[in-house]
Design a protein. Structure first.
Lengths: 583, 375
């Protein structure tokens, strides 16, 4: 009876306009509330954008680390923020770009999922992406604009890759190549790891499907794979050339900085909650289904394997997989992005599961899944309240005003106890700092030698952090470091014994400004790392240009496929055991 | 089971297996966040029991550490924490345990003596504290007894203070340090010479405030090469007492890690001074000083806070002279407990073995930090 009922249900996909409206309804209010500003990295991205706003063609930013190159981080989302900020200001521009990324994700997940499951299940997967815990976690808690912008572009490129491999369509080749390049311009790590987790499964799927519909010979498959690999590789090499030059000349060899995403989530359950329960949410309940369905259906196995590896890496130090597969990169990368990719890879399964549950249990399934999705999204969004990036919110306006007056900005400064407010402060002041939040961009030996993070949070990095702080303070004269802005009296004894004196108080004595006498005014340092003008031009034109090109080529209409989608043997139509949903 | 079921089973089993491996034998980063331990840690030996206790102290898991003690009935958890961290803000307040080491001293079937070395990372540098723990067998495992040191009880008393104080009247409220239009206090380097050590070149010396006003001082040294071009500049940082009252002398030590004396033609010394308000309070008396010969050469003594306020952190700087009165070495120690009024606190400054033989006299100065007294 149940089976006959399910056949009567509509199998049409949810319309894209409805999906986009749902995404807007869920995320637009949260973004208009500027919720991401409370996250770890949002202010960092806005700081980068503020530099592009004023110096589009000069990636040398003197405000952190006594000068550093922004070519060390792909610029695309930040440049879009800078551009949009002309109309609405930096904060709202960030929210607008983030919203665009969320909308792109809905489209990308639908298109990606349609490779694996039927259109209805794919549309449900797209709907699920709106409520995805890991997406909300990265947007509202981690503030990873680069990752959340690159992934949707990448997902949108994959169907074109599939089409190119399957049919040899040059339109698809061009679209895939340009979208992959734009994704790399948004976030390099997404492209690198996405190739393993997303592209390889799609290539495997194309290989498995080579006898299905339009036949593809194995040599043709290999040649097309090679062609697009070379083309995309060359395009990315050119578009991000200043990035590669910076990476080759100044590789990231600094002492690794601890990050709790590399903890064992069982031994450290608080981090398990943060990096596993919150990002996965109710998706945890679907894990058995993912493993079963992914194993049972042959053409889903590549997707399952991609998911599995990303899932294991996302568990951080809970398994030895991270150090084994990533080597030293395990101590450099943060692991929450792997969980994000794993959940994206899980969405086609989730779509299939939900479609089957809808077909079988109708309203009961709809209500249950809606509750679970809402709970997952709400937990990840609300997590910023229960686990805030900064324990205390405060305004850095007075500190910025102080630095900007009476010639104080002739000298450099460092903050202690400001958390990730240092990005906001750097945007508001003309003075330069020896600290910063972009660890891979720093070159000062006092910072790279010890394995501490930002100086402003030195104490949280234990001995390495305090060693770095002492090293920096001991070379204050060399860097023109005259001011230390202190919001945490933990550091007072060090400053006192090291020859610094309190000279002013701000914000009802919550901020004390310490000064060192006899420090000469700051002069430019790190000159060898300064990119030449031609690199600045490339950096200002090519990454942003790749996104413009991507938008333009997407306007080229696709040839109507002669081969109906129904000819594909979607996962939901094959190999299933009747009556076994989650088995 | 079909192929799909087998694959699902294998992936599931592999996942569980990898999680078990990662939990029983955690990778270094995971172990660091878990307080230095895996899931399965027993106290099957005296050393393991003390190591577990040390890991709990390192993770500041005070309750777990206290609950694991055999003699916890003799004191409360706050007393245990106070014994470790101090009852008043002190150097421990500004520190955390970086790592611990355990050394067996003596063992029998039912009890043992184990030394616990706590390597603290403090805001002013590393510090080590040592406790010898008695460990007793309790069934199939061992438990440590904490050698509690009870808080000193200071009797209520009135301490009259009568100290010198210098105030500075500025031109206006907008004045900043370093923009004063008054002459800097006169200071003079009264002794200076370089010493080659294994870790690099060290400049030792003494600075005198010749003026009748207090001075805030620092010293910078620049090494000049054979062609008279400067190739390294360093400052005295915290190896100096920055506040000098009139006619006071401070030692200073400037380190050039990796530098060699053979590359140096000359050294340019730049003393810096500026006028500051100051007071002679708190007065810290140095008592029972004693030069202990090698091996284990050191200067020991006691600090006694003569004022009525608690001194949170004290920095002892020892200057060691040879028989001709020249500076041989300068060494320092941050005292890890607060100085309560009239309560002696011991200090111990280590002297390098190779220099200890040359030392015939010493002079000690103390710099202090009082919380809330800086702004």
């Amino acid at each position: 009876m149940q089976k006959s009922e399910s056949l009567e249900l509509p199998q049409r996909p949810i319309s894209m306009s409805l999906l986009l409206m749902a995404a807007v309804a869920v995320h637009l209010p949260l973004l208009l509330m500027k919720l991401p500003l409370k996250s770890y990295d949002t202010n960092f991205h806005i700081f980068f954008a503020s530099h592009y706003l004023h110096h589009w063609f000069d990636p040398w930013n003197p405000k952190w680390y006594a000068g550093f190159s922004q070519t060390t981080y792909p610029p695309l989302p930040q440049q879009w923020v800078a551009l949009v900020s002309h109309a609405v200001g930096l904060d709202l521009a960030y929210m607008a770009v983030q919203l665009a990324a969320i909308l792109l994700l809905v489209v990308g997940v639908y298109r990606f999922a349609k490779l694996w499951v039927n259109p209805r299940a794919a549309s449900i997967a797209a709907l699920a992406s709106i409520f995805l815990g890991s997406e909300s976690f990265l947007v509202y808690s981690a503030g990873q604009l680069g990752t959340t912008a690159a992934a949707p572009i990448y997902l949108n490129a994959l169907p074109f890759l599939f089409e190119w491999i399957r049919r040899g369509s040059w339109r698809s080749f061009v679209k895939a190549s340009i979208l992959f390049t734009a994704a790399a311009a948004a976030h390099h790590a997404t492209l690198l790891f996405g190739s393993f987790f997303f592209a390889l499964p799609v290539l495997a799927l194309a290989f498995l499907d080579r006898e299905n519909g339009v036949r593809v010979s194995t040599p043709a498959f290999l040649v097309r794979t090679l062609i697009i690999t070379l083309a995309v590789g060359a395009a990315i090499a050119i578009v991000l050339l200043p990035f590669w030059i910076a990476l080759i000349h100044y590789p990231v060899t600094q002492t690794p900085i601890p990050h709790p995403s590399r903890a064992n989530y069982i031994l450290s359950p608080q981090w398990g909650l943060n990096y596993f329960v919150v990002p996965y949410g109710a998706l945890i309940l679907a894990l058995p289904f993912i493993f079963m369905r992914g194993s049972m259906v042959a053409r889903l196995r590549p997707l399952l394997l991609g998911f599995w590896v990303a899932f294991l890496l996302g568990l951080g130090g809970t398994t030895p997989v991270g150090p084994i597969l990533l080597g030293r990169a395990f101590d450099v990368l943060t692991m929450e992005r792997f969980s994000y990719w794993a959940t994206l890879l899980a969405l086609p399964f989730v779509g299939a599961l939900a479609a089957e549950l809808f077909a079988r249990y109708r309203a009961r399934a709809a209500v249950s899944l809606a509750v679970l999705a809402t709970f997952t999204c709400a937990l990840a969004v609300g997590w910023t309240t229960y686990h805030p990036a900064d324990a205390e919110d405060f305004d850095v306006g007075s500190a910025a005003s102080w630095l900007n007056r009476d010639g104080h900005d002739q000298y450099r400064y460092v903050t202690l106890g400001f958390g990730n407010k240092i990005s906001r402060l750097a945007m508001m002041t003309d003075a330069g700092s020896v600290d910063g939040e972009w660890n891979s961009g720093r070159m000062l030996p006092e910072l790279t030698r010890y394995g501490g993070g930002p100086l402003t949070s030195s104490k949280y990095f234990g001995k390495p952090g305090l060693d770095a702080l002492r090293a920096m303070l001991s070379h204050a004269d060399h860097y023109g470091l005259k001011w230390v802005l202190v919001r945490d009296h933990y550091y007072d004894p060090l400053l006192s014994f090291a020859g610094w004196r309190p000279v002013d108080n701000l914000d009802e004595d919550t901020i004390t400004i310490w000064s060192k006498d006899g420090v000469p005014p700051a002069t430019p340092v790190n000159a060898p790392q300064m990119p030449p003008h031609w690199q600045g031009l490339m950096w200002g034109i090519l990454p942003f240009g790749s996104s413009i090109l991507a938008i333009l080529v997407l306007l080229i209409p696709e040839k109507r496929q002669q081969e109906a989608q129904a000819k594909y043997r979607f996962a939901s139509d094959e190999d299933r055991v009747p009556g076994r949903m989650v088995s | 089971m079909n192929k799909g079921g087998l694959l699902a089973g294998m992936l599931g089993a592999a996942t569980i297996g990898l999680v078990v491996i990662g939990t029983v034998w955690p990778v270094s980063s995971a172990r660091a966040y878990a307080g230095g331990q895996g899931l399965l840690r027993s106290s099957s030996t005296p050393e393991a029991a003390v190591q577990n206790l040390g890991d709990q102290i390192r993770a500041q898991a005070w309750q777990r550490a206290y609950e694991s003690l055999a003699n916890k009935a003799q004191f409360t958890e706050p007393e245990f924490v106070g014994d470790l961290m101090g009852y008043y803000p002190n150097l421990r307040t500004y520190s955390g345990v970086d790592h611990v080491e355990v050394f067996p001293l003596h063992a029998s079937d039912n009890d043992a003596e184990v030394q616990l070395k706590l390597y603290w990372s403090t805001v002013v540098g590393p510090s080590v504290s040592t406790r010898d723990l008695h460990v007793v067998r309790d069934g199939d495992h061992w438990v440590a007894e904490w050698p509690i040191v009870k808080r000193p009880v200071v009797p209520p008393q009135v301490i009259p203070v009568n100290y010198l104080r210098w105030d500075v009247i500025y031109r206006g409220p907008g004045d900043d340090w370093g923009t004063q239009d008054v002459e800097s206090p006169h200071v003079r380097i009264v002794d200076m010479h370089p010493v080659q050590r294994a870790e690099g070149l060290v400049i030792l010396g003494e600075l005198l405030n010749e003026d009748v006003v207090p001075a805030y001082v620092s010293v910078t040294a620049t090494l000049l090469g054979k062609d008279q071009t400067p190739f390294a500049t360093e400052g005295s940082f915290d190896k100096i007492s920055h506040l000098l009252l009139p006619k006071q002398v401070t030692p200073f030590l400037i380190q050039f890690p990796g530098a060699s004396l053979s590359d140096v033609q000359s050294v340019r010394m730049t003393p810096f001074s500026t006028l500051v308000p100051a007071s002679a309070d708190p007065v810290i008396e140095i008592d029972n000083e004693h030069l202990n010969p090698a091996p284990g050469a050191s200067l020991t003594g006691q600090l006694i806070n003569q004022s009525g306020q608690v001194v949170n952190v004290a920095h002892v700087l020892g200057t060691f002279y040879d028989s001709t009165g020249h500076v041989v070495w300068i060494a320092d120690q941050y005292v890890d407990s607060a100085l309560l009024p009239q309560t002696p606190v011991p200090f111990e400054i280590h002297i390098p073995e190779d220099l200890a033989r040359k030392v015939s006299s010493e002079r000690t100065v103390v710099a202090s930090y009082t919380a809330g007294g800086v702004s």
